[in-house]
Design a protein around this ligand. Structure first.
Ligand SMILES: Nc1nc2c(ncn2[C@@H]2O[C@H](COP(=O)(O)OP(=O)(O)OP(=O)(O)O)[C@@H](O)[C@H]2O)c(=O)[nH]1
Ligand SMILES: [Mg+2]
Length: 546
């Protein structure tokens, strides 16, 4: 149960780390994931994993010197050059080496150190080496016990307190060491009191959580050059504490358990900081997606209004079509009555009618595509304008300036989609027509013409036409209607045209959806529900241990 929750939480945090909008936010998620994978999971699985004791502190505070004193020999380089320790050093009994999950640490095998306790000297967290800081903070996440080393002159510095705050949040047991204490007893006492007050009461309320904190002071000059460390008698309380832990499996387990418990208790709070950011981003992203979606839908709706309003086709196109219908084989196919009707609007036609079908398709397509591109451009620009108001939206636009207009591919995609649409109509006319009487005669008109006729029926509504065009539109509509009735039978025409209209809608919708999806792609992976699952996993892990 706890294992499951922790694994799921680590996976969620890594997902967050991979998709966070800034390096800082990514690091926060990765660090917490590391804490779970390197520290919590091994201990939740088996409390007898070696206890990890990490020395943390400012550069030059004396971590390596203390480490050598605890080891009883020179293991880690101490020095005057800051920072000295650039890579963490772990003193490990060979029996523990296999169960250790620390990465980027130099392991020093020491058969004389009893199994079950690993001592780690870490790099500083406040020198100019920023990489050191990262290692040190990773080690903090992996520690069962922290020995926090500072000096009389450094203990009140700001940076250590950010580290202490995280340690307190994690609830890791701590031991504090003040190095280089002045000989003057009063002065030393004043420093001790001040440090205790800072750690427990002071400004950072959370530090009150260091319930069992002990502060150990090491006097100035208490050095043992033979192993390049602090004098062992000066650090006797620390030696004693470590020694007790080394010998006592139960208290090691007790500390490990306490560390695990505190860490799991702290999980919901640590996760909440990240979940809150994720939730805010999810909400902002959902808002951006909604904007893109709405503008896109509105663009498509306007285009379809234009189509169903009958205003899309130029009168010129209709005129050509009607001229052709009047003169070609179509006219012969049509009944006498229609012939008369056509004749009645004859004054509107050119004297010389073409014998070949005019390219109404191309003309209709180019009008439709031009209008669609204009609508898509408007929609894209509208969305882009709105997105600039939002940080995430502005960032996506900055790396995708092409979003300020429609996709250059839109034209050719629509062209292909529309051609396929009319081809399908023609095929269906053939399929339906063949089952009807008189098809042989209708077929002489040609599928191309019949297909165009249905296409025009979709585009043609007299409502939006003006002046002379009303006559042309009406005449074309009636001629078309008659033509289609002759082929499909009166009862079927409306259904056939409706089907063609629905399919046109699909073609346009596909094109507009692709337009909108460019915006979604620019946002990157939009996680939804990650904040919720992070919170749920953290709460489940805590509940499983209590
Ligand atoms: N004179 C004097 N030097 C001291 C005393 N305590 C520690 N030092 C010196 O201060 C330095 C501390 O260095 P390290 O132990 O390397 O410090 P560190 O915390 O490991 O530093 P980084 O590895 O850079 O993070 C060493 O050169 C010690 O000899 C002291 O009481 N008197
Ligand atoms: Mg060091």
């Amino acid at each position: 149960m706890i294992i499951q929750a922790l694994e799921s939480l680590a996976t969620g945090l890594e997902r967050r780390g991979a998709t966070a909008p800034s390096a800082g936010k990514a690091e926060k998620a990765h660090r917490l994931a590391r804490h779970i994978l390197d520290f919590l999971l091994p201990r939740a699985t088996d409390l007898t994993t070696p206890l990890v004791v990490v020395l943390l502190g400012s550069t030059g505070a004396g971590k390596s010197s203390l480490f050598n004193a605890l080891a009883g020999r020179k293991v880690s380089e101490s020095g005057l050059l800051r920072p000295t320790t650039r890579r963490a050093v772990a003193l490990v009994n060979p029996a523990d080496a296999g169960s250790l999950r620390l990465s980027e640490v130099s392991v020093v095998n020491d058969p004389s150190s009893p199994a079950g306790l690993v001592l780690v000297d870490s790099p500083d967290f406040d020198s100019v080496e920023l990489a050191n800081r990262k290692f040190a903070l990773d080690l903090l996440e992996a520690a069962d016990l922290v020995i926090f080393v500072t000096t009389v002159t450094r203990y009140a510095d700001f940076v250590p307190w950010t580290v202490l705050t995280r340690a307190s949040e994690r609830g890791v047991p701590m031991l504090a060491v003040i190095n280089r204490m002045p000989a003057d007893e009063g002065e030393a006492q004043a420093v001790m009191d001040d440090y205790r007050r800072l750690l427990t009461g002071g400004d950072i309320e959370k530090l009150g959580a260091f319930g069992k904190l002990e502060v150990v002071s090491v006097p100035e000059g208490a050095l043992d050059r033979s192993f390049d460390g602090l004098a062992r008698d000066a650090v006797a309380p620390i030696l004693g504490a470590i020694e007790r832990l080394r010998q006592d499996t139960d208290s090691r387990k007790e500390i490990a358990h306490r560390a695990l418990r505190a860490a799991v208790d702290g999980l919901p709070d640590s996760v909440e900081q990240i979940a809150r950011e994720v939730a805010a981003e999810e909400e902002a992203l959902a808002g951006l997606v909604k904007l893109a979606d709405e503008d896109n839908r509105r663009g498509l709706a306007l285009l379809e209004d234009e189509i169903s309003g009958g205003t899309l086709l130029r009168g010129e196109v209709l005129r050509q079509w009607l001229d052709f219908v009047r003169a070609g084989p179509t006219a012969r196919f049509l009944s006498e009555g229609i012939g008369k009707l056509v004749a009645s609007v004859r004054s509107l036609f050119r004297p010389q009618a073409p014998a070949l079908a005019p390219d109404v398709r191309e003309a209709a397509f180019s009008d439709l595509i031009a209008s669609a591109v204009r609508r898509a451009d408007d929609a894209a620009q509208k969305t882009a304008n709105a997105w600039t108001e939002d940080d995430l939206g502005a960032a996506a636009l900055a790396s995708h300036p092409e979003l300020w207009g429609s996709d250059p591919k839109l034209r050719s995609d629509l062209q292909a989609g529309l051609e396929k649409w009319v081809d399908e109509i023609a095929n269906e006319i053939a399929a339906v027509g063949q089952q009807r009487k008189g098809w042989a005669q209708a077929a002489t008109i040609g599928l191309n013409v019949l297909g165009s006729s249905v296409m025009l029926a979709v585009f043609l509504h007299t409502g939006g036409l003006t002046g002379a065009e009303i006559g042309i539109g009406a005449a074309t509509a009636i001629v078309n209607q008659k033509l289609l009735e002759a082929i499909f039978g009166e009862a079927n025409v409306a259904a056939f045209v409706k089907q063609a209209r629905d399919r046109l809608h699909e073609v346009l919708q596909r094109a507009f959806t692709a337009e909108r999806d460019r915006f979604l792609t620019a946002l990157g992976p939009v996680s939804s529900g990650l904040a919720t699952s992070l919170r749920a996993d953290a709460t489940a892990a805590k509940a499983a241990l209590s």
